[in-house]
Write a protein that binds this ligand. Structure first.
Ligand SMILES: [Zn+2]
Length: 365
């Protein structure tokens, strides 16, 4: 693991040269990457039924200068692919130059290669990889896979960002989830610079839980829906990752940031799902990103003839941060995810400002 040093610390040329020569290669899966180089490697994770190797592709950008080791992962849920495109754009960015980078970037665009190739969230054994960490070398397929990610990636990192979307047929307002009680994680969450932050408790077996166990501050970015590349979400995620890299000293801050800096970030006090009061066909009246008051009409469920109508009401006041997009619902299905804030209007103002800075019309389709 590389030592973390402040890039701003003044040094003499002699000291800087000494530090440069002393910087070690980055070792991952029996390979060594020299400082100032980038390299793609394939980490074997399993074999298929016909004995073909299944590998997880990783790109390491090992900066010429000392600094943090940041992993950025996507598609732990194989159908959540906005993050795959975020990482492609990140690696293609002119800003990711190994000769200038402080520290090391470990980019894993497709963690769950099984699910990605089959366009599904899960592994072939129907397990959710993000409930199987830290895993074990002698465990199930999911356990072994989680163990490889833990030992090859997480164990070598000082910081992490895991990119997600809503589950199948659901969409999430771009948001950061993290354990904000940890000051280092709170600093990353603020750096990511999206208007909505959820202070979420750790879920057993998640990548975030295993990172926190090892003292590695880590964020989860949630944005958009599964099975899609959504430009607004992708640009939001890319800007957030770059902003985190600036904040932890990996990149030199840009003089003119692409995003407006005068919006505020808002931490949700709590979140609550609204569930379907009956089975039927759902017509949606309110969309992700809308401010709602307790008792507002969010949707209507009826039979296919339009009879037996039931209205779906907001159960708290707040902002819709996630919703189901599937109009066919069963009684009890989770339909709308609402986050409560101290001042919903201020959140909406911040979302508008943020979207304006992205050049995106945020009004619902
Ligand atoms: Zn996910």
């Amino acid at each position: 693991m590389s030592a973390t040093k402040s890039p701003n610390r003044p040094r003499t040329d002699k000291a800087a040269n000494a530090a440069k020569t002393a910087r070690a290669d980055f070792e991952i899966h029996h390979q060594r990457i020299a400082p100032g180089k980038r390299q793609q490697i394939e980490i074997p994770v399993a074999k298929t039924y016909d004995h073909m190797d299944v590998t997880m592709p990783v790109e390491v950008v090992h900066g010429a200068h000392d600094g943090p080791v940041l992993f950025v992962t996507a598609a732990i849920h194989g159908d959540e692919i906005n993050g795959v495109e975020i990482i492609r754009r990140l690696l293609g960015s002119r800003r990711i130059n190994p000769r200038q980078l402080h520290g090391t970037l470990i980019a894993v665009p497709i963690v769950n290669v099984f699910g990605f190739n089959r366009q599904t969230r899960y592994l072939p054994d129907r397990r959710d990889l993000n409930r199987c960490f830290p895993g074990s070398a002698t465990g199930s397929l999911a356990g072994q896979f989680a163990h490889i990610l833990t030992s090859e990636i997480v164990a070598k990192a000082t910081h992490g960002i895991d990119l997600h979307t809503g589950a199948n047929h659901r969409t999430n307002l771009p948001q950061i989830r993290g354990c904000l009680d940890d000051p280092a994680t709170a600093k990353l969450a603020n750096a990511f610079n999206v208007p909505v932050i959820i202070n979420s408790s750790l879920r057993d077996g998640s990548l975030r839980a295993v990172a926190m166990d090892r003292g590695i501050p880590m964020l989860v970015f949630e944005g958009g829906q599964a099975h899609r590349f959504e430009d607004k979400v992708i640009r939001t995620g890319l800007a957030g990752v770059l902003a985190v890299m600036e904040t932890i000293g990996m990149l030199t801050p840009q003089a003119h940031k692409p995003l407006a800096e005068d919006h505020d970030m808002h931490v949700a006090r709590f979140t609550k799902w609204v569930r379907a009061p009956q089975s039927g066909c759902l017509r949606i009246h309110k969309h992700s990103g809308a401010a709602v008051k307790k008792g507002d009409r969010l949707g209507t469920i009826s039979d296919p003839f339009g009879h037996n109508k039931e209205t779906v009401y907001a159960n708290i006041s707040g902002i819709i941060i996630g919703q189901s997009l599937l109009p066919l619902v069963n009684n009890g299905d989770a339909l709308f995810h609402i986050a409560g804030f101290d001042d919903s209007d201020a959140v909406i103002d911040s979302i508008d400002l943020y979207d304006a800075s992205l050049g995106v019309d945020q009004s619902p389709a």
